[in-house]
Every structure is written in C-alpha cells, then in structure tokens.
Write a protein that binds this ligand. Structure first.
Ligand SMILES: NC(=O)c1ccc[n+]([C@@H]2O[C@H](COP(=O)([O-])OP(=O)(O)OC[C@H]3O[C@@H](n4cnc5c(N)ncnc54)[C@H](O)[C@@H]3O)[C@@H](O)[C@H]2O)c1
Length: 361
C-alpha cells in the first residue's frame, strides 16, 4: 500500500540492500568491489535525496557504459600534477565517480594544509549528482564547489548550434544546527530526458524549456528533441554554463562540449572533465562563528515574508534534506518500471536480485 500520495505504483527498499545489489551489478561489469560500492553509493545518495534522475534508474545506462561503450571498469584514476593548491587528476577512463572520489579526498587533504585546493579532472566520464561530492567537503568544515562538463544540448544566446552542455554546478556551505546549505543545479531549463518522456506520451512541454532547431521557442516535444534546451536565465545562464564547462574541462585538458561527444552518438569514453574545490573555513574565520552566522542568514531566508498561497520558503538543499530523512527511515521509493529495469540488467549479468525484491516494503 502506498505510504505517501503519488506512490501508488512504488515500493520502498532499504538503502543498504539496494546499495549492495547495485554494487554487485557493477562488480559483475568488472569493477573492483570497492569501486563498485563507491559507484552504487553515488546513485543511492541521489535517490535518498529524491534526485531520482541521477539514482539507480541509471544502472542500465551505466552497465552499458561499462560493458559496451568503452568506459574502463578497472580504470585507475591518479594525480598527474601536484602543485600546492593545484591538482590535476587523470581519471583513467573510469566512471566519473571514481575519479571524483580521489579528487574530493585530495582537495580535502590539501585544503587542511594550504586552506584552498582545486582539482581539475580529465580522462573522466559521467559523474552523477554533484551534491554527493560537495556535501562530503562541507562535512569537513569546508566550502565545497564542484562542476562538470556535460554533453552539448544548448546554443550560444541567439545561436542554433548545440555546443554548450547543461554543465551543472554544486556549492555546499557548512551550516549550523540545520546542516549545510547545498545548491546543486544544471544550467538548462530542463533535462533532455524529461523532454523525451513528454515526446513518448505525445504531450506538449511547458513554455520556456526548449527552442526548435531554428532557435524559435517551442512547446512541441518532438521539435524540442531535434532542437535545443533553453538555458536558465537567458544570456546569463548560457554564459554561466560556458564558464562552468571551461573550469571543468579546458583547465585539465579534458574535452569541452562537442569534444566530449554528442546526444546522437553518445559520450566519448574518457573525454569528460570535472572540477572540485575545497575552501577551508577555519583559515578565514572561527568555524563556530561562521556556522552561527550561516544559521542567522538561513533563519532570515526561511522566515522571510511569503507571497500569497506559499506555505514555506526553502533554502537550496532543504527539500532534499527532508526527503532524505524520510527515505533513510522508510526506504528508497522506486517505481515498478525502474525496479524492472534494474532486475533485467542484473539478471543479464547473473546477479541475484532475490534479496532486493524480498526486502521491498
Ligand atoms: N554529472 C553530470 O553530468 C550532470 C549533468 C546534469 C545534471 N546533473 C545533476 O542533476 C541533478 C538535478 O539538477 P537540476 O538542475 O535538474 O535540479 P533542480 O532543477 O531540481 O534543482 C535542484 C536545486 O534547486 C533547489 N530547489 C528545488 N526546488 C526548490 C524550491 N522550491 N525552493 C528553493 N530551492 C529549491 C534544490 O534544493 C537544489 O539545490 C543535480 O544533482 C545535478 O548535479 C549532473
């Protein structure tokens, strides 16, 4: 029986069983057990926080990357340049989460000694939801910033060539009693996958999501798929996406935009790039004073006056933190289609999904 409205076609899975099953699927693709758990953890983290687009729904896609599309399941990321606060990491064509884990560990460690550290990653692949990285940095009393290059789906403002990705950025700032403030956004008005869902159902997409191939705003889902995603905030958003992409790729020598692949042929394995930055708060200000100040700002933000009909004001990350609390307690909600796709991918690899299905609540 559904526990919450809208969950009629869903079951809930304890996150430890889900993580274990997904890790066994990735291990069956050739990853080491440790890397497989890391990759599974990134997906379960996203589901826990309600970011299902970057959760275990990705398992079939990631299996394909690891077994058919040229991503190296045994890829071994390493630091190739180490110059004080500046680190360059070659991801070794592993999944982006494996390179990103090395990068996050490295910037946290380095920021403890030199207070600010930046890792530029090349030789990487898809890296998942970026708050997984920035929250780990924030948990150490540091401000975490991460950005990624993404396959190009947007054009320069007024242009029609797909040469800029949705290039997401996440910033996590350590907070007081309510935890960190966590922004995690892609810089397009929507994701390609969401338009595909509307196209499959033959429905119009909302205004403001896309342009057709000639650069005219459209609500026709098929025309949008042939066309372009609109950036957030017009010319400002596309400029921001360009800059995040540059930080995430050109600095390390990773492929930028079209150099990392396209939406028709897919990603070029090992061509992707990310960046990770850690800023050690204690080097600037007493950490207790800092978090008390953040708490005051957070209170003012949440308690400020609301427009008519608005019940609550949320800081970036508030909604996800609430969902995470519930999902940690009650299990991760997955709809039947998502479960079926995971079971199919697992079964093909000889992974027993019995324990997962038995654990469903
Ligand atoms: N690795 C990659 O290549 C890649 C590419 C694209 C996107 N992503 C990931 O996709 C995920 C989804 O990104 P998105 O842009 O679609 O997310 P989104 O549009 O759902 O925005 C999420 C952000 O907005 C905040 N938010 C949402 N509703 C709010 C409200 N009512 N009031 C205040 N704040 C609110 C959230 O707390 C969160 O910080 C992210 O995790 C991102 O890292 C990754």
């Amino acid at each position: 029986m559904a526990r919450y409205p809208g969950e009629e076609n869903e079951r809930r899975f304890p996150e430890s069983v889900l993580r274990d099953t997904v890790a066994r699927v990735f291990a069956a693709c050739g990853m080491t057990d440790g890397d497989a758990v890391t990759l599974a953890d990134s997906l379960v983290h996203a589901d826990r926080r309600g970011i299902h687009s970057h959760g275990v729904l990705r398992v079939p896609d990631y299996v394909k990357k690891l077994t058919e599309d040229g991503v190296d399941p045994r890829g071994h990321p390493r630091i190739v340049s180490d110059a004080g606060a500046a680190l360059v990491i070659d991801g070794g064509n592993a999944m982006g989460q494996i390179a990103g884990t090395l990068a996050v560990d490295a910037v946290i460690d380095r920021a403890r000694s030199v207070n600010v550290a930046f890792a530029a990653v090349r030789g990487s692949n898809h890296s998942g939801a970026l708050d997984w990285y920035t929250m780990r940095i924030a948990a150490q009393g540091m401000i975490g910033i991460a950005g990624s290059n993404a396959l190009p789906t947007m054009a320069p403002w007024g242009g029609v060539d797909k040469i800029v990705g949705l290039n997401p950025i996440s910033i996590a700032v350590p907070g007081g009693e309510h935890g960190p403030i966590v922004l995690d956004v892609a810089l397009g008005a929507t994701a390609h996958g969401k338009i595909r869902v509307y196209a499959q159902k033959d429905q119009q997409i909302p205004e403001g999501w896309a342009f057709d191939a000639s650069g005219v705003p459209t609500t026709d889902a098929a025309a949008a798929l042939d066309g372009l995603i609109q950036p957030i905030g017009g010319h400002k958003g596309i400029g921001l996406a360009l800059m995040v992409g540059l930080l995430a790729s050109v600095l390390s020598g990773a492929g930028y935009g079209t150099e990392s692949g396209n939406m028709v042929d897919g990603a070029t394995p090992g061509a992707d790039g990310q960046f990770y930055l850690a800023i050690n708060v204690a080097a600037f200000r007493d950490i207790a004073d800092f978090t008390a100040h953040i708490s005051r700002v957070a209170r003012q933000y949440r308690d400020s006056r609301r427009a008519d009909g608005v019940e609550r004001l949320y800081l970036p990350g508030d909604l996800e933190a609430e969902v995470a609390e519930r999902n940690r307690r009650d299990g991760i909600p997955l709809n039947d289609e998502a479960v079926a796709l995971i079971v199919e991918a697992a079964t093909k690899l000889g992974v027993d999904t019995g324990p997962l299905l038995q654990a469903a609540r």
